[in-house]
Design a protein around this ligand. Structure first.
Ligand code: SF4
Length: 699
């Protein structure tokens, strides 16, 4: 057994904190501080610190399971893989290639995401592939691409935050989702900068703010327009910058001027003096940033909402300049890389578009297939889940737990149950895996090597620290075995570095160009920011000398003409406004001790003790109307279902809004209630705002 410490990164969120892992008896590792990684400098949150508990957890899967007479029973690998390949072959024969769907995850390494996308298109020939990252940052990705011609969550490193003058943080509770990142904002304030937090709740993050704006959920678009109105009215537009570096200002300006501050106050609940104060703080310094997260993004108008915040940056000359800019705080561990290498319905590796003939030719050549044989774009995540059991009859799922994390979850669960064949690769029997016909136990984090791309666009090497338990195989091995059984003997290596070498070639020349990045470089450097083209092919195998690109857009934006585009956006209501029957707004989110659907973190004793179950956060006035005391069970009912959880009464939330975290299954499952109304561009569901009513529950 290796006993020395292996430097690597956390398995959870997109901050990808650096940590050292030392093997200890019992098939697990000890986590220790890794101070050399500049993002967290040794700091970790509770999730990262306790991550080893999942490695040797008693509920860890170590043998394949197959369904027999309604029950999952242990099986050998050959039996399980044969059953899957027979089922997939039969489905393809009876229903065509699109009868098989593939669903990936934003936690999969770049190598897995790449191999999964290739497997779907080359082996299965299906267009029906998407992933749960669609539910994470797709609105910011769409808005960033429209405005700047490129989507990379943060176009600058986190270390730039303390050196700017003001940050508007919209809909991010990073004090709970990625606590070590809070230090950048504390340093900002120590340096004399200011922090404005936009959130309907006075979260731990909002408590750090110089100014907290608490708009009604789903009205951030109006808020951004109101701020832009005041920017214009008070003469803060950087006319020279707008002239030199942007297009579309007149239309965006006209839309903003139609949103009077008083009108914005009525829509958002944010007072005109607060709007003025926000503009004063944002415009006073030379440099400023706007960072968005799930709040503005998880809406049926998420793309326009993010576009409105980008407009604010562009009008004031705060994009593509040092210490200024717009960025999205991506959530999942490989949320960034996961959206670049082909598991998204409309994409090919390197962030290429599947409907671009040149992109198809390039990738098809790397894959050794005819470009015309590649399927076209498929359905987005919710649309795909909603089609299960209709024209999609079989599903291969990796790294996702949609029974808990998808919107309108009871309906999605019903669709999953109606499949002819569900195959799930996972480390534990998640709520979705429990419905599968075949479950394959796979390696995780400390047991495998692979790359991720953090929220900064920094490509990182996660290194294997221990051997996986007997009986467990990697996702790459699963894809290799299935491809082989389905008649594709080559092209699915099991060595992650070999997959990465192919990914480099497939991404070369694309927007997310990784061709100059090698495992060797990643091992020697603290990550490399893409784009990193290969400057000199002669350097092989040593890799390129291109330094990578920590800061984007300083000379030009990534559009064809190098100019950024304003978004011509106006306020519109959420898809489901409160009414007499459903008079309250529900917004959903996260707590510090749980991660996403909780499949991993709910299995960690320490985290469970800190956050044992769901709750309904509501204002004392709402609680009084309901007759509910602290801890009383409260039923939250939407048009899609009913969830019950204990009341948590606090003045930190607006009286017209309730909040539920979404990490748990069962009767407190928040996503039973959420609205799958989709953003027309990003296809993001409206997780952040829907109409509900509250009912007291007699015990
Ligand atoms: Fe892991 Fe994110 Fe916590 Fe860092 S902040 S330790 S990356 S979960």
């Amino acid at each position: 057994m290796q006993t020395s410490a292996t430097p690597t990164h956390c398995p959870y969120c997109a901050l990808q904190c650096g940590m050292n892992l030392t093997p200890v008896p019992g098939g697990t590792v000890e986590v220790s501080e890794r101070a050399d990684f500049p993002v967290n400098r040794g700091a970790l949150c509770g999730k990262g610190r306790t991550a080893p508990a999942v490695l040797s957890n008693r509920v860890r899967l170590t043998t394949p399971l197959v369904r027999e007479g309604g029950t999952l029973v242990p099986a050998g690998w050959d039996e399980a893989l044969d059953r899957i390949s027979e089922g997939l072959r039969r489905t393809r024969t009876e229903h065509g290639p699109d009868g098989v769907g593939v669903f990936g995850g934003g936690g999969l390494t770049n190598e897995k995401a790449y191999a999964l996308g290739k497997f779907a298109r080359v082996v299965l020939g299906t267009s029906q592939i998407d992933y749960n990252g669609r539910f994470c940052m797709s609105s910011a990705a769409a808005a960033g691409t429209k405005a700047f011609g490129l989507d990379r969550g943060l176009p600058f490193p986190l270390e730039d935050i303390p050196r700017t003058g003001c940050v508007i943080l919209v809909g991010s509770n990073l004090a709970e989702t990625m606590p070590p990142a809070l230090r950048f904002f504390s340093e900002l304030k120590e340096n004399g900068g200011t922090l404005i937090v936009v959130d309907p709740r006075r979260t731990r993050t909002a408590e750090q703010a110089d100014l907290h704006l608490a708009p009604r959920p789903g009205t951030d678009l109006a808020l951004a327009l109101g701020l832009l109105h005041l920017v214009v009215a008070e003469g803060h537009v950087d006319e020279a910058y707008v002239q030199e570096r942007t297009d579309g200002w007149e239309e965006a300006r006209a839309a903003a001027m139609a949103h009077w501050p008083e009108q914005v106050e009525r829509i958002t609940g944010v007072s005109v003096p607060q709007l003025r104060e926000a503009v004063r703080l944002f415009c006073a310094p030379e440099e400023a940033m706007v960072l968005t997260a799930r709040g503005p993004e998880q809406q049926s108008k998420g793309t326009d909402t993010v576009g409105a915040w980008i407009n604010l940056c562009l009008a004031t000359g705060r994009a593509g300049r040092p210490r200024s800019g717009y960025g999205c705080l991506t959530g999942q561990g490989n949320g960034q890389g996961g959206r670049e290498h082909g598991q998204k319905a409309d994409q090919l590796p390197g962030y290429r578009k599947l409907d671009d003939p040149a992109a198809r030719r390039h990738v098809a050549e790397v894959w050794g297939v005819d470009p015309d044989a590649l399927p076209g774009p498929g359905r987005s995540a919710y649309e795909l889940l909603d089609a299960l059991g209709t024209d999609i009859r079989a599903l291969l799922l990796m790294g996702s737990n949609p029974v808990v994390s998808a919107p309108r979850a009871a309906h999605v669960e019903g669709r999953i149950r109606s499949l002819d064949l569900l195959v799930v690769c996972d480390i534990v029997l998640s709520e979705t895996a429990a419905l599968a016909d075949v479950v394959l136990p796979v390696t995780q984090w400390a047991e495998e090597t692979g790359t991720t791309t953090s929220l900064e666009g920094r490509v990182l090497l996660r290194r294997q620290a221990i051997t996986a338990p007997e009986g467990v195989r990697s996702d790459l091995e699963v894809l290799h075995e299935l491809a082989d059984r389905l008649g594709v003997e080559k092209g699915f290596p099991t060595d992650p570095e070999e997959v990465f070498e192919e990914l480099r070639r497939a991404s070369a020349g694309g927007p997310a160009d990784y061709s100059g990045i090698t495992y060797r470089r990643l091992a020697e450097e603290n990550g490399v920011f893409w784009p990193c083209p290969q400057d000199s092919p002669d350097e092989e195998p040593a890799g390129s000398v291109h330094p990578g690109t920590p800061r984007l857009f300083l000379d030009r934006f990534a559009t064809a003409d190098g100019r950024a585009r304003f978004a011509p956006v106006s306020h519109r209501a959420i898809a489901e406004e409160p009414d007499e029957e459903y008079p309250v707004l529900l917004t959903t989110g996260r707590v510090v001790a749980q991660y996403q659907s909780g499949a991993q973190t709910r299995r960690v004793e320490e985290l469970n003790a800190a956050a044992p179950g769901p709750f309904v956060e509501l204002h004392p006035r709402l609680a009084a109307r309901l007759g509910a005391a602290e801890g009383d069970p409260v039923a939250v009912v939407s048009r899609r279902g009913r969830a019950v959880a204990p009341a948590r009464i606090t003045t930190a939330i607006r009286p017209d809004t309730v909040f539920m975290p979404f990490h748990w299954p069962g009767e407190g499952r928040a996503n039973t209630l959420t609205n799958p109304a989709l953003d027309p561009t990003s296809k993001m569901p409206e997780f952040k705002a829907c109409a509900v009513r509250l009912e007291a529950v007699r015990t």
